[in-house]
Design a protein around this ligand. Sequence first.
Ligand code: ATP
Length: 432
Amino acid sequence: MEKIVSLCKRRGFVFPGSEIYGGLAGTWDYGPAGSLLKKNIKDLWWKEMVQIRDDVVGIDTAIMMNPKAWEASGHVESFSDPLVECKICHQRFRADKMEEIKSHEKEHKDQKVEWTEPKTFNLLVKAYLGVVEGEQSEIYLRGEITNGVHVNFKNVVDSTRVKIPFGIAQIGKAFRNEITPGNFTFRSREFEQMEVQYYIKPEKLEGEKWFEYWKKNRMDWYVSLGIKKENLRFRDHADDERAHYAKAATDIEYNSPWGWQEFMGIHHRGDWDLSRHQKFSGQNMSYHDSETGENYIPWDIETSAGVDRSLLFLIIDAYSEENNRTVLKFNPKLAPYKIAVFPLLANKPELVESARKIYNDLRKYFTVAWDDRGNIGKRYYSQDEIGTPWCITVDFESLEDKKITVRDRDTMKQERVAIAELREYFESKLDN
Ligand code: ATP
């Protein structure tokens, strides 16, 4: 992990939040390479979940909501973790994270650690809204992005042609007052989620069918992104572990350097959200099934993934050290830069000019990096470290035969490709 954290900072993936002021625990900033990677994850997710499906539409709801929405969803009452405090140093921990508790006890070596009784600690982050001092209203920054979807259920049904079963997808920021943020970006206080709320008929068999469907669908997606199968597994939640809204819940876990950890969750939320919003808002949230003539409150199968966790686990999974080089072997679709262009020598204007032209042409279609520093070996090393799948070198022969050398990140093989065919060449590689 130390190597990965250091690479992330050095090569512009992830920086500690507000670093020049000593940081702010649990916040992270994404640099030039990291923001591209994050965007690629979100774009691929959106394409898979919304663009190519007939039964899912997108939405983008406000982070700040009427606080009643959080009472209705049960977050004000139950969105909490059990907090315990070490009586020696007063550091606070989550009582349900036994490994963190044990490792803290070891830090005190010879002293016997005593803990306070667990108290429930609400994770919602509070904010104050309004311009008149003393008359501001207390609101919450959303603790999960789900609520904005449910409160718009009727708006979506009335404004589109969706019919049950259908889903509403959203990507956006969530905020939690985590007791112990840590393991780099894994547990942050500000993070992004990508979710689909999939509304179905309120029938047991439908629930089971769609729960299984989404489990498989999500697992297959992570595998298609290139995550090693042996590093992924399902873990069903025990009855006493499930969130207040869940009828059934499964996590997809990743075999991280600190053990198997939750990557994303699939939750059978039943009619919890819509029924509660109906009760608290007084608005009718039921769905009219035009085929059967029935009115009912649908059930919801949710898939909820963290963008930041996905990014972290994708980097960990892609990280490899071989033959004196460090390589991030991302699926090319995820790579921040698809191509890097180099003139063989930076002090030969004819090479630089030809390379610049290729760089500018390709940039219309792909994210492309430029490098003319040092020698070719160093440039390859540097691109391998940020996971660029293909490097192009323009040499003296290129000026004659109008071909350049493409070097492949993973095989390190080189091939000559006609400059005129480069766009199709890379498009077909990215389509694979
Ligand atoms: P944990 O038990 O790890 O705190 P959770 O079960 O509370 O997570 P959910 O509420 O199911 O998480 O959130 C869905 C997804 O959102 C998680 O699988 C994870 O990818 C992401 N997520 C949740 N909390 C955080 C966080 N503090 N930092 C980064 N990502 C998070």
